[in-house]
Design a protein around this ligand. Structure first.
Ligand SMILES: C[S@@+](CC[C@H](N)C(=O)[O-])C[C@H]1O[C@@H](n2cnc3c(N)ncnc32)[C@H](O)[C@@H]1O
Length: 309
């Protein structure tokens, strides 16, 4: 009964995004949000610019909010991404920018068979996430939660996630599978066996990017997405949710905090970018992803517009 009630409560279409756009774009008081800044390319994934301030600002943020209670558990997560709930059996998830575990917790709670690898740039918040998860009721976290420290906006994911030798072996296997599908395709279990006994974990079945990409400078996003793509097993899913264009959070920023096109800096130095569907599509497709679902999520709450793919 509790589950039925929470499913009924989940909604994402409280209003029409195009009506909101018309309202915002015709309001002279909000005109500064629309003024374009210098264009930034979305297609280069090879050379991220160094952005020490961005990760440093988050480290300071987590030191100041050391109780770790700032982010709430995302109880709606499996309703919003039913692919996680439907996934049977053993699966690996990489949560990018995990904070104190708001996204990790509901997955571990709901799916006993899932293992989560989770990174963040703040050692304090990773410690906090470990404490929160190990003290949460009904979660066996010892073998299932693996946090690691990484500034992913300028560093590669570690090779133990998916080394190039196993990646190449899997791609070779898949390309030869069209000739002899039944015999040559390496199954997930075979890959797990091969990789668990050797060099890496063999890639992940899901990457979650939940309110994290917006925290990274726009020019570093292609690099981050290329990294996410390379950590995923072929054919597996990236689940994305983040701030959408004309979210209330964006409209509340004063002009002096606008640091780029749709990009704002909070007083504590952390960044927030607000995505249109076009930009998300451009960024993700340039990184090699295929779009399955992408839309604005329009809620009559403080955070009004979000999108996912
Ligand atoms: C808004 S929080 C989202 C946390 C979590 N994904 C959730 O669902 O609540 C963004 C997180 O990304 C982390 N982060 C931001 N920039 C980062 C970077 N360059 N490298 C690693 N983590 C970063 C921050 O420390 C913060 O914990």
């Amino acid at each position: 009964m509790a589950a039925a009630a929470s499913v009924a409560e989940y909604h994402s279409r409280d209003f029409d995004w195009d009506e909101l756009r018309e309202e915002v774009e015709s309001d002279p008081c909000l005109a500064y949000h629309l003024t374009p800044s210098a264009p930034v390319s979305c297609s280069s994934s090879s050379s991220p610019s160094l952005s020490p301030c961005e990760a440093d600002a988050w480290r300071s943020f987590h030191r100041r909010h050391s109780s770790g209670k700032f982010f709430k558990e995302r109880r709606y997560l499996l309703e919003e991404f039913p692919e996680l709930a439907r996934c049977d059996g053993f699966a690996k998830v990489l949560e990018v920018g995990c904070g104190n575990g708001s996204t990790v917790l509901p997955i571990l709670r709901a799916k006993q068979s899932m293992i989560i690898y989770a990174c963040d740039c703040s050692p304090e918040v990773l410690e906090r996430a470990k404490e929160i998860i190990s003290s949460a009721n009904g979660i066996s976290s010892e073998e299932r939660f693996h946090p690691f420290l990484l500034d992913f906006s300028v560093n590669n994911f570690p090779k133990w996630l998916f080394c190039s030798s196993c990646q190449n072996a899997l791609v070779r296997n898949q390309s030869s599978s069209s000739e002899d599908a039944a015999e040559k395709l390496m199954t997930r279990d075979e890959l797990d066996f091969r990789t668990n006994t050797q060099c890496c974990i063999g890639g992940v079945d899901f990457v979650t990017l939940i309110f994290t990409l917006s925290a990274v400078p726009l020019q570093n996003m292609p690099f981050v997405l290329a990294q996410c793509f390379s950590a995923l097993k072929p054919g597996c899913l990236l689940l994305f949710r983040d701030y959408g264009l004309y979210d209330m959070t964006m409209l509340r920023f004063p002009v002096k905090q606008k640091v780029g096109d749709r990009e704002y800096m909070r007083l504590d130095g952390t960044l927030s970018y607000f995505f249109s569907l076009d930009i998300v599509r451009d960024l993700f497709v340039s990184a090699g992803f295929i779009e399955l679902e992408l839309e604005y999520c329009c809620l009559d709450t403080g955070i009004r517009i979000e999108l996912w793919t």
